[in-house]
Ligand binder design. Structure first.
Ligand code: ATP
Ligand code: MG
Length: 409
């Protein structure tokens, strides 16, 4: 048998990027030979194995053919006769379809190296259209390598457009889509992921709620960029520049969905968009089965981001309601993430990227003030049950009044 490094490991070495996980392809072997060498099978009927020591993935060279809708609709054929070239042609992009032996000799039948130099993301063969996930993968690679100057080849974008229009994207499972979306959001330029999806018509299918924001104006005084879609992309970009976690990035993407529902007569104002957006945020959350912490933060940021911006003007009672809604006493981290998302929203506006955001420290201070109310003295006074709850609330309100006065003095 011959063993080759393939895919990302080869691509990233040629790009001079650090290689994290290595995928291997094995030519000329049978399942029985792999098992005899101690490799562990990944699934019952898939020719992929884990190395007994390194745990890295070793796949038998295989060919694939589409036999139906969705990912289940694939038949593959793995046998010792399948050549390296036959295995490489089923891969998504030319830059991902190179292999290398242990002497670093490159096998590159589809000119991946040429496309690396030309900074092009190009499909390997027309079979690209057989798996709609590749639309998301290409958009994700575009986001990852945008800084290096990579763009999607026009022919590939054309295929992505056909796939988006064919209805095939709907056949993707939530799990496969979320994996790509979440990885793309964690790239340095996540806004490029959304831009590429929009360009090929996939955004309209996957997240029509986000697509609908393009062309919707906002008041120029607060939003010099005017367009809500452009603003959303900038907020996402800021979230990456500030190294925010996935929860915050997801919330940034979805925070203004309500603006897509505003009747045109009301433009450029968006009265109550925080409220109208909630059902849309919920729908997107559920469509991709986003993890619970992402879902929660997106809904809270959607509902309260304007409160964040107006923090310094909020009445102590409204501040208290805000802190209670976040359960800041038990979930301090979540409130901190909310503050970050608000800050990204404030900075994701044309020309305002470097502005200061005093609301952040003000909100942190308010949380500290409310949290500093001690329960013990109230217990000692004999408060119990719902009365105790009310008493704690009164004390917290007092603390917030004092905090607001001190801050404005
Ligand atoms: P990353 O750095 O994100 O891991 P990668 O290129 O290694 O990038 P993997 O998802 O680990 O991506 O897949 C390894 C290789 O398998 C890819 O380089 C590509 O050749 C191939 N591949 C993975 N998924 C697909 C797919 N859906 N369609 C075609 N080829 C794929
Ligand atoms: Mg990989």
């Amino acid at each position: 048998m011959q063993i080759y490094k393939v895919g990302g490991a080869v691509r990233d070495r040629l790009l001079g990027k650090p290689v994290t996980d290595i995928d291997w392809v094995v030519v000329g072997a049978t399942t029985e030979e792999m098992l005899a060498k101690g490799f562990r099978p990944v699934g019952a009927d898939f020719p992929v194995f884990l190395h007994p020591k390194s745990g890295e993935e070793y796949a038998l060279a295989r060919t694939e053919r589409k036999s139906g809708r969705g990912y289940g609709g694939f038949t593959f054929h793995a046998s010792p006769e399948v050549t390296l070239e036959e295995d490489l042609i089923r891969r998504d992009l030319t830059i991902n379809a190179m292999a290398e032996d242990d002497q670093q000799n490159l096998t590159d039948p589809y000119h991946g190296q040429r496309d690396l130099e030309a900074r092009l993301l190009r499909h390997v063969s027309p079979a690209f259209a057989e798996d709609p996930l590749r639309v998301l993968r290409v958009a994700r690679f575009a986001a990852r390598y945008a800084t290096l100057g990579f763009t999607v080849a026009p022919e590939t974008l054309g295929l992505m457009r056909e796939l988006s229009e064919s209805g095939e994207l709907q056949a993707l499972t939530a799990e496969r889509s979320w994996k790509e979306i979440s990885r793309a959001l964690m790239e340095d330029q996540p806004q490029v992921f959304i831009e590429v999806l929009r360009e090929c018509g996939a955004l309209k299918v996957l997240m029509p709620e986000v697509d609908a924001l393009f062309g919707v104006p906002q008041p120029e005084a607060h939003h010099p960029e005017i367009d809500t879609g452009v603003h959303t992309l900038s907020v996402l970009e800021q979230s990456a520049q500030h190294k925010q976690p996935l929860t915050v990035r997801w919330a940034c993407l979805l925070h203004d969905l309500g603006k897509g529902l505003t009747p045109e007569e009301e433009w450029p104002r968006h009265i109550a968009h925080e409220h109208t957006g909630l059902k849309l945020i919920k729908a997107v959350n559920e469509r991709f089965k986003a993890p619970k912490d992402c879902q929660e933060l997106a809904l809270l940021v959607g509902q309260y981001h304007t409160h964040g911006h107006r923090a310094l003007e909020l009445k102590p009672s409204t501040l208290l309601e805000l802190l209670q809604s976040f359960d800041v006493y038990r979930r301090p981290q979540r409130f901190e993430e909310f503050i970050s998302a608000c800050e990204m929203d404030a900075r994701g506006r044309k020309g305002l990227e470097q502005r200061s955001y005093p609301q952040a420290d003000y909100l942190r201070g308010a949380a500290t003030a409310a949290r500093s109310v001690a329960v013990q003295p109230l217990l000692e006074k004999g408060f119990k049950g719902p009365e105790l709850g009310e008493a704690i609330k009164r004390e917290r309100l007092k603390a917030l009044k004092a905090y607001k006065e001190a801050a404005s003095a």
